[in-house]
Design a protein around this ligand. Structure first.
Ligand code: SF4
Length: 264
């Protein structure tokens, strides 16, 4: 079932970077909520408590985002902006609304340095506008090589092949791409997975451990995912083996955890 869509006027559009994103000047979330509804999503825990259980079933649109951004008095020249920290800026509804697309010229005209974090091939639609930035990077989330695992942990996400193809299209257009394997889900063949992500032309890779903490999972989907992880013997040792293989294959362009996300 498609997510419920609501619109509202946001009070602010840029949030000062902090915590995991402290190396950024701002984070920018054009939407609240996320139709991709990943079972492990940390952003769900920042939603109002009464909406956390239905994470993935609703999306709120900040309909005044472009207006707010264009009216900002503070300078953005050289400032680093991370889009997005608590949603995916390329929600399925973005195809029709073009909200994120409307923000790109405002940011590039004002000299911002942009990192786009997404798992949606729709980002390739905006290559023309992304090319207008002096400094930009598209971080593509690709967390496993297995469609079985993807369907268990990220059932509403685009298929892996579509994400790899879009990452390649963006890299072919001359834009920097990073593949974020965060969190790294169970992987069938870490070495061939490393080759597949490298073949996109991405120049940077980020890996981060998956913490199978039941309390952080969405009901239903989360349980299925945990059972699959157990069936695949995906424990600390398996993660370590996959991590080592990825680092071996992708060195020196792979970083781990928070350090990988720094804008520099
Ligand atoms: S795409 Fe990102 S924000 Fe959306 S549910 Fe998945 S992890 Fe959360």
């Amino acid at each position: 079932m498609p997510p419920a869509i609501e619109s509202y006027d946001a009070h602010q559009i840029l949030t000062p970077g902090s915590g995991y994103l402290r190396d950024y000047d701002y984070s920018l979330n054009p939407y609240v909520g996320c139709a991709f509804g990943c079972s492990y999503c940390y952003a769900a825990f920042f939603a109002p408590p009464e909406r956390q259980a239905s994470w993935g079933d609703w999306v709120q649109v900040k309909r005044n985002a472009a207006l707010k951004l264009s009216r900002l008095r503070r300078p953005l020249d050289g400032k680093t902006v991370y889009m997005s920290s608590a949603t995916d800026p390329y929600q399925p509804i973005e195809r029709r609304l073009e909200l994120t697309r409307s923000l790109l010229p405002v940011l590039s005209d004002r000299g911002a340095r942009l990192v786009v974090q997404t798992r949606s091939p729709l980002v390739a639609r905006d290559i023309d506008l992304l090319q207008r930035f002096k400094q930009v990077c598209v971080n593509f989330s690709i967390t496993t090589d297995s469609e079985t695992v993807r369907r268990a942990f990220e059932p509403r996400n685009p298929p892996i092949a579509a994400r790899l193809d879009a990452a390649r299209e963006i890299a072919d257009a001359g834009l920097p791409v990073a593949i974020t394997m965060t969190p790294l889900l169970p992987v069938e063949n870490p070495t061939s997975f490393a080759h597949r992500v490298a073949e996109t032309g991405a120049s940077r890779f980020i890996v981060e451990s998956f913490s199978p903490t039941a309390g952080r999972f969405r009901g239903g989907t989360g349980q299925t995912a945990l059972e699959l992880a157990e069936r695949l013997n995906w424990d600390g040792a398996a993660y370590e083996q996959a991590r080592q293989a990825l680092i071996f294959e992708l060195a020196p362009n792979i970083r781990e955890g928070e350090a990988g996300f720094s804008p520099g």
